[in-house]
Design a protein around this ligand. Structure first.
Ligand code: 6PG
Length: 528
């Protein structure tokens, strides 16, 4: 270690005392010798990556009494952090990975909070020569869960432990209480549980953090959280569009509606910020939202959720539509050209009961949200089977109840549903939600019909209702699809139990020679 960080280290009263104990008569000690002293390893945890999330998480841990070691690749950032945001705290900085690791108590706990992907692997590589068996590496970025599965395996093979933890709540959450979703090596959990649960948000006194499961389970659950975040945001955007284009309201009027909604079943962080965002004015006094380019960005977590839903054969339609709606928004130039050519209905006129329509819209948003969360939990149910995870749905709902972007009062009802019945097959079948949708559905249908008549796109609202109607159907028209598949490709079909006959035996893959001139050989085995 170089003496570069010495001055800063010596600001720590405990270290100063230790230096004196070294018997150097109060002079500057040999820092390398000092680092050999086990008492020197006094930091409870270390964090690499001093971007906004990293800095805030460190300060949060410091507030809860933990001594945190901080390191950043550009080391000037460490000094800046210690001189500014972390001034007067117990945070200790390091100017090299070696120095950083030497500051940590055993087993060492290192949080990496850098851009997901290659940067995480690069830091793991740099850490490895300095770590020992039983040490714990925690990746708190938005990593793709297959990477966390791989990292868990690779590090466990080297005798280390890995945790891939979802961290949600943005800057504010990281500073004062994020939602934390850790998964990976189960043996790591007892060592990090206290710190993680201390710094996490609390909901009704319970920490919004629990062990999610093995391997990539933590990052998987964070991915689904983000997918649901996309869905919630799209539903809110559609409601805004209906109020603005359909009812002709301005941003301030719409903000007031969101303020009202935030007092009822939709009470949530995203509704609350929408209220504030819509009321925000530019320097000229006009609302700022209409001045923002209507082209949505995305970093990929919503897309990963939709892709995984396709891989696992789960109809997570609302998140899929939310991702596609962002894609459509980004085709702005093409949309501008199409807008000149393609016609829709005449400009909306509303002559009905406005207050009733706004109530219907609130219920439409609520019902669609219930469907979206039900789809998210269906996906996690399948993922648990596929990856052999033991996902506790009640504790996932609790982790999302506070601290994170999708936090809401509604998640309390989801927590209750899964806690009352941990084997609940589908959220839509919980009696509370059966009743909630029943109450909402007339208004939900009225809103979507009206939006269609007006020509206002509502892919999230509409796909949620289509899913609901499909999911509650005893019979869907896939019989015709099977017949078509067998007709053109001899793909075979099966008979409905009770409708079997001599030519249609039960439980067998059947191929019919539909035209009389095809063969009787089927193309492949039956695949439901
Ligand atoms: C959170 C957020 C956070 C991030 C999103 C943004 O939970 O704190 O989800 O992780 O803001 O990933 O995602 P997009 O840039 O893809 O919208």
């Amino acid at each position: 270690m170089q003496n570069g960080g010495l001055e800063q280290l010596m600001n720590n009263p405990m270290l100063r005392q230790m230096a004196e104990n070294f018997g150097r008569g109060g002079g500057m000690p040999d820092i390398n010798a000092l680092m050999q002293n086990p008492q020197m390893r006094h930091a409870d945890i270390g964090l690499i990556g001093l971007a906004v999330m990293g800095q805030n998480l460190i300060l949060n841990m410091n507030d809860h009494g933990y001594t945190v070691a901080a390191y950043n690749r550009t080391t000037s950032k460490v000094d800046q952090f210690l001189e500014n945001e972390a001034k007067g705290t117990k945070v200790v900085g390091a100017h090299s990975v070696e120095e950083f690791v030497a500051l940590l108590k055993r087993p060492r706990k290192v949080i990496i909070l850098v851009k997901a992907g290659a940067a995480v692997d690069a830091f793991i590589e740099q850490l490895l020569p300095h770590l020992e068996k039983g040490d714990i590496i925690i990746d708190g970025g938005n990593s793709h869960y297959p990477d966390s599965i791989r990292r868990t395996k690779e590090l466990e093979e080297r005798g280390l432990l890995f945790v891939g933890s979802g961290v949600s709540g943005g800057e504010e959450g990281a500073r004062y209480g994020p939602s934390l979703m850790p998964g990976g090596s189960p043996a790591a959990w007892p060592h990090i549980k206290e710190i993680f649960q201390a710094i996490a948000a609390k909901s009704d006194g319970e920490p919004c953090c629990d062990w999610v499961g093995e391997g990539g389970a933590g990052h998987y659950v964070k991915m689904v959280h983000n997918g649901i975040e996309y869905g919630d945001m799209q539903l809110i955007a559609e409601a805004y569009s209906i109020l603005k284009v359909g009812l002709g309201l301005d941003e301030l009027e719409i903000s007031k509606i969101f303020a009202e909604w935030n007092k009822g079943v939709l009470d949530s962080f995203l509704i609350e910020i929408t209220r504030d965002v819509l009321a925000y004015k530019d320097t000229d006094g006009a609302p700022i939202v209409p001045k923002i380019l209507d082209s949505a960005g995305q970093k990929g977590t919503g897309k990963w959720t939709a892709m995984n839903a396709l891989d696992l054969g789960q109809p997570v339609t609302l998140i899929g539509e939310a991702v596609f709606a962002r894609c459509l928004s980004s085709l702005r130039e093409e949309r501008l050209r199409a807008a000149k050519v393609l016609k829709g209905p005449d400009a909306p006129q509303f002559s009905g009961d406005r207050d009733q329509f706004v109530k219907d819209l609130e219920q439409a948003l609520y019902a669609s949200k219930i469907v979206s969360y039900a789809q998210g939990f269906m996906l996690m149910r399948e993922a648990a089977k596929e990856y052999n995870w033991h996902l506790n749905k009640g504790s996932i709902a609790l982790m999302w109840r506070g601290g994170c972007i999708i936090r809401s009062v509604f998640l309390k009802d989801i927590t209750n549903a899964f806690r009352t019945n941990p084997d609940l097959e589908n959220l839509l079948l919980d009696q509370f939600f059966v009743d909630a949708i029943q109450t909402a559905q007339a208004g939900w249908r009225r809103v979507i019909s009206q939006a269609i008549a007006w020509g206002i796109p509502t892919p999230a609202f509409s796909s949620a209702l289509a899913f609901y109607d499909g999911f509650r159907s005893e019979v869907v028209p896939a019989n015709l699809i099977q017949a078509q598949r067998d007709y053109f490709g001899a793909h075979t079909f099966r008979v409905v139990p009770g409708k079997e006959s001599e030519s249609l035996p039960l439980g067998q893959d059947i191929h019919i020679n539909w035209t009389g001139h095809g063969g009787s050989v089927s193309a492949s085995t039956y695949q439901a």
